[in-house]
Write a protein that binds this ligand. Structure first.
Ligand code: CAO
Length: 432
């Protein structure tokens, strides 16, 4: 077997950064991309992954050494194919391949773990955080014995041993929040109480399940978008009586073609018309500028057994409702089977989330950043509407448009919804 040198790959602006943690030792079997060491600059900590799988023969660095791109880290006796070398500085789970990680649309994984001010967040590398999370260890309660009070794997293990032996009690067991966690929550959001720590097993049987990979990644993105975007949602109604009759008739006529025209396909076309009239709704914010897209790629939320994904219909302005319906059904099938490619989930300008097939009246969809608006639709219902002389039964579709108040204002949103409703009531308006 060949002996191979593993060096620090391109780590961007990190130069002469200190090795603060050795994650492997001679004799360890490492996988390609497994984290080998943690380095830390004055701003952030980062783990350096292995470019090869194999057995560690020799460490060529020690704690406290300064390394840069190209510094020799260790020698391995190689096994298998080399990995594409790239630093992995996120807390993201590593069991999935990078390609698989990228296959989730909204996956903007954190690039680096920011080093917290001393005395605030517990000082620990991403792998130690992951290790602690897997064991359910509240890191804020662990005393770090490493350099600068850094929490090591041994500290986490000792904490667990202490809890099992009964010599250590977690804050949850004591029924109080740890002062550090309280301080952290208070620092980020002054006055906010820490997250409740409850020992659910005290109240009845429980089961623990890992969140799916899609939920972990989309959840982090949804959380960021919800917290960082000033959302407002406008609700409106569209009379789709005639459109639904047309859809049903088209499907009857096209029965043999095997393509089912869906309401969502009409909504995509209506959204394109509204975006053409109100371009700000397909913009993205970039500092003090907005980027206006001259293409019309529309994402639609698809519910899958492992979570929410958003495939994108490209160039929806140039496609007919039949073609959009066909592409949507193909993309929705791939989504359910977990076979969507990253390309099929990127490039969206605006998203639609339809719960119409399920139910509900109105909801507050979360904007799919860097987009600035999203349309939610719920189930249509026959409702009495005044036609000028009498109440008539009409099929009413509830619309919920969430928009980013940094880019859009309430009057535009009301106009957007009103125009969308007009088009859905009578598509001939698109021609005007
Ligand atoms: N009102 C009433 N009925 C509706 C409707 C509406 N707005 N939209 C669809 N329906 C009916 C259809 O007529 C169809 O009925 P039949 O089976 O009797 O023909 C049924 O619902 C299924 O509709 P469909 O085949 O057209 O599928 P769809 O376009 O509604 O949904 C898809 C496709 C991929 C969007 C859907 O499977 C899905 O995943 N929806 C959930 C999206 C989601 O989770 N959004 C929330 C994200 S926010 O967290």
């Amino acid at each position: 077997m060949a002996l191979l040198e593993v060096k620090v790959p391109d780590i961007g602006d990190f130069k002469d950064v200190e090795v603060i943690e050795l994650l492997v030792k001679p004799g360890d079997r490492v996988k390609a991309e497994q984290s080998l060491v943690t380095v830390e600059s004055d701003k952030a900590a980062m783990e350096i992954p292995s470019s090869h799988a194999g057995v560690v023969k020799e460490l060529r660095i020690a704690l406290g050494d300064k390394v840069s791109e190209g510094t020799l880290l260790l020698v391995v006796e190689a096994e298998g194919e080399p990995a594409p070398a790239a630093p992995s500085a996120s807390e993201a789970p590593r069991e999935a391949s990078p390609a698989a990680e990228r296959s989730v649309p909204t996956a903007a994984l954190p690039a680096v773990e920011s080093a917290a001010p001393a005395g605030a967040l517990p000082h620990a590398s991403p792998s130690i955080r992951k290790f602690a999370r897997e064991l359910g260890v509240p890191l804020a309660e662990v005393r770090g014995s490493g350099p600068k009070g850094r929490i090591t794997q041994a500290d986490v293990q000792d904490f667990v041993k202490g809890v099992v032996a009964g010599s250590v009690q977690t804050a949850a067991q004591r029924g109080s929040a740890p002062p550090v966690a309280a301080a952290v929550a208070g620092q980020a959001f002054p006055g906010l109480l820490p997250w409740p720590q409850v020992d659910f097993a005290k109240f009845g049987p429980i089961e623990r399940k890992d969140l799916s990979r899609i939920k972990r990644i989309s959840g982090a993105n949804l959380h960021r978008n919800w917290v960082l975007i000033p959302h407002v949602t406008n609700h409106d109604d569209a009379d789709i009586t005639d459109l639904e009759a047309f859809r049903v008739q088209t499907n009857r006529e096209n029965e043999k073609s095997g393509v089912k025209v869906t309401m969502l396909a009409f909504l995509i076309k209506a959204a394109v018309a509204a975006l053409q009239r109100f371009p700000d709704f397909s913009a993205s914010l970039d500092g003090d500028q907005i980027v206006l897209k001259q293409y019309f790629h529309i994402g639609f939320a698809a519910d899958t057994p492992s979570g929410l994904v958003v495939p994108v219909i490209k160039d929806a302005d140039r496609k007919g409702v039949l073609q959009i319906s066909q592409e949507m059904s193909e993309l929705a099938r791939k989504a359910r089977e977990g076979k969507l490619s990253p390309a099929e989930m990127s490039g969206g300008c605006f998203s639609i989330s339809s719960l119409g097939g399920i139910g509900g009246r109105y909801f507050t969809p979360i904007i799919n950043a860097p987009e600035v608006a999203i349309l939610g639709v719920c189930r249509s219902n026959i409702e009495p509407r005044w036609d000028g002389t009498q109440f008539a039964p009409r099929l009413i579709l509830p619309l919920s448009l969430s928009w980013d108040h940094r880019v859009i204002d309430g009057a535009s949103a009301a106009r957007f919804n009103a125009y969308l409703a007009q088009i859905l009531a009578d598509f001939r308006r698109v021609l005007l």
